[in-house]
Write a protein that binds this ligand. Structure first.
Ligand code: HEC
Length: 183
């Protein structure tokens, strides 16, 4: 026979558990659905650039130009990025062929012209052009996409700022560093 005191204790425990469960449920809802639309925030914000904006006509901040990236670049940080290159490239004046050609004075240098290095057919086909900040930037983003069948076994540097730092460092490898493109 349960006396009323025991009954009260049991009832109290049941009620307490129910309240706790309810409380945790609400807490859980608050944690797991923090962005549900509410009156202050009626919907999710989705940024979709219109075609005209992407072309430069809009108010959204455009991606930085190469000139702007280079103006903000740090050649010392670029020297760190360049550690990825030294296994295959010499950087010194009058340097030698390693796995790849020497890269002294590479900005404005004719493509595929380092004496004693046998370039891929893809790079040889570009040998009437010079390396510029722009095309080095494209090449170093994804070498294999820029030079078909390139011999350069390097995946590229996808981060714009890091690549700009590297380009700023490569620019210093010259007796007469070439001016950066305008921002
Ligand atoms: C695994 C070796 C390897 C690594 C790492 C590498 N390269 Fe190369 N690189 C090559 C080879 C090989 C070529 C020749 C490519 C061809 O003939 O298609 C080349 C070509 C180039 C050229 C063209 C040179 C010319 O005379 O036309 C540039 C510029 C260049 N590399 C820059 C870099 C930079 C900057 C890095 C570091 C971020 C780098 N490479 C990392 C092997 C490498």
């Amino acid at each position: 026979m349960i006396d009323s005191w025991t009954f009260n204790k049991i009832a109290g425990a049941v009620l307490g558990t129910a309240l706790l469960t309810l409380g945790l449920g609400q807490l859980g809802a608050a944690i797991y659905h923090p962005n549900e639309p509410s009156e202050e925030h009626p919907g999710f914000k989705v940024d979709v650039a219109e075609a005209g904006e992407a072309a430069g006509g809009g108010t959204d901040a455009p991606a930085l130009s190469l000139g702007a990236l280079l103006a903000a670049a740090d050649p010392k940080k670029g020297a760190t990025e360049a550690k990825a290159c030294i296994a295959c490239h010499d950087f010194s004046k009058g340097g030698v062929v390693k796995t790849g050609p020497d890269l002294w004075d590479i900005v404005d240098r004719p493509k595929a012209h380092f004496a004693g290095f046998e370039y891929s057919a893809g790079l040889q086909a570009m040998s009437s052009e010079n390396w510029t900040y722009e095309n080095l930037n494209t090449f170093l983003t994804n070498p294999a996409a820029y030079v078909k069948g390139t011999k350069m076994g390097f995946g590229g540097i996808k981060n714009d700022a890091k690549r700009a730092n590297l380009l700023a460092y490569l620019a210093t490898l010259s007796d007469a560093p070439k001016p950066f493109p305008a921002p």
